[in-house]
Ligand binder design. Structure first.
Ligand SMILES: *Cc1c(COP(=O)(O)O)cnc(C)c1O
Length: 381
């Protein structure tokens, strides 16, 4: 289906384009925002309640709690679990830094397991080796929208009685073994940062859980721990309110999430179909396990001498990206904390090889053809 005769000589392809998305939803967003402003209630009101109810239903959860960011959506369950200095949390270094930041902020110790070559997700085979008597929780990260194969993770968690806080910041709507992400072992943490599969027009996040007591506790913790106005009986929390305007925007966008995710998957399949036809040697296209539903937050290849291809694509006006150039355990700020040399060979290899092609629900086949042709050209040189 590549209509190569119509590919333009020069295009600018953004990594994503929120203006195209806005064009689809403009009037509904504006009407909802107007309603919020006219109501005079601008934080934790009707829009937040409605969104919490609907996002819980969307996620197959009993409860969703709207919070100020995806980072807080990770932090609050850890606070609720009583994670304290010296506790160990098993996670991955192949993630956005926030996953590890929240662990460190509580004085806890991240214990990294290396990743699988194919999925970039934590390798469940390595979990047992990371376990100690101080282990208190596991944070798997569904990176790029590819769900972690959760069965061995939940088996491990159940064996040791560990809660799981899933980092679902890139995986809204993804499923592992036909079960939605976020409910495999306690809590799911979602980010609605504007670039995510479901994004607000500012910062926002949500925690999902099936446990009523935990949900109520997190609702307290997001308003400084208050039991009622200005009364603090149980604990001190943080300020992590979700505002009404962001919730209003999310209420509009949630209706589109399934179709946007579908468009992502179709665009990903289109890349895979046409790039694999090029028989590029040394390029590994994203793979999806049969029992996992990948929502393609990012379309990420592996390629040797990645930076050369990256620069070539940039010169062609294509905003390819690298997520992430330096894994968390190799960041200077992390090393300064004195954890010593940590060796994670697959994670380090990924940081040298990954390259994400532009992918968003509204990307056109014409734009994708241009990208595919540019990749082909690079390898013909
Ligand atoms: C975006 C992201 C976060 C943090 O979410 P914010 O809303 O930016 O605080 C955490 N983990 C991962 C994997 C993310 O991609």
């Amino acid at each position: 289906m590549v209509t190569s005769n119509t590919i333009k000589d020069s295009m600018k392809i953004p990594p994503l384009d929120l203006t195209r998305e806005y064009d689809e939803i403009k009037s509904s967003v504006q009407a909802r925002i107007e309603r919020v402003l006219a109501s005079g209630r601008v934080v934790l009101g009707k829009e937040v309640e409605e969104f919490e109810e609907r996002f819980a239903r969307f996620s197959g959860a009993k409860f969703a709690i709207g919070v100020a960011s995806g980072t807080d959506a990770l932090l609050l369950p850890l606070m609720q679990l009583g994670i304290k200095p010296g506790d160990e949390i098993i996670t991955t270094a192949w993630t956005f830094v926030a996953t590890v930041g929240v662990i460190l902020r509580l004085g806890a110790v991240p214990r990294f397991v290396d990743i699988e070559y194919a999925s970039f997700n934590m390798n469940p085979v390595l979990l047992e080796k990371a376990f100690t008597s101080k282990t208190k929780a596991i944070i798997p990260v569904h990176i790029y929208g590819h769900p972690v194969h959760m069965k061995p993770v939940t088996d491990f968690a159940e064996k040791h009685g560990l809660p799981i806080v899933e980092d679902c910041a890139q995986a809204h709507g993804a499923r592992s073994g036909n079960k939605p992400v976020g409910l495999f072992g306690g809590f799911g943490a979602f980010s609605f940062y504007p670039t995510k599969n479901l994004g607000a027009y500012g910062d926002a996040g949500a925690v999902i859980t099936n446990d009523r007591a935990s949900a109520e506790k997190i609702k307290q913790l997001r308003i400084h721990g208050a039991n009622q106005n200005y009364v603090y009986d149980d604990s001190f929390g943080i300020n992590s309110r979700l505002d009404e305007i962001q919730a209003a925007i999310l209420n509009v966008k949630l209706d589109h999430l399934d179709s946007w995710n579908k468009a992502r998957k179709l665009a990903a399949a289109y890349y895979t179909e046409h790039l694999s036809k090029l028989n590029l040697s040394g390029v590994v296209l994203p793979s999806v396990r049969v029992d996992e539903d990948h929502v393609f937050h990012l379309y990420t290849l592996r390629v040797k001498e990645r930076d050369k291809l990256l620069n070539f694509l940039h010169d062609k006006g294509i905003s390819a990206g690298v997520y992430y150039p330096i894994p968390v355990h190799q960041q200077k700020a992390f090393r300064k904390l004195g954890f010593g040399e940590i060796s994670l060979p697959e994670t380090e290899r990924a940081s040298r090889e990954v390259l994400s092609l532009p992918l968003f629900p509204q990307i056109t086949r014409e734009e994708q053809d241009y990208v595919i042709r540019a990749v082909g050209e690079y390898f013909k040189k």
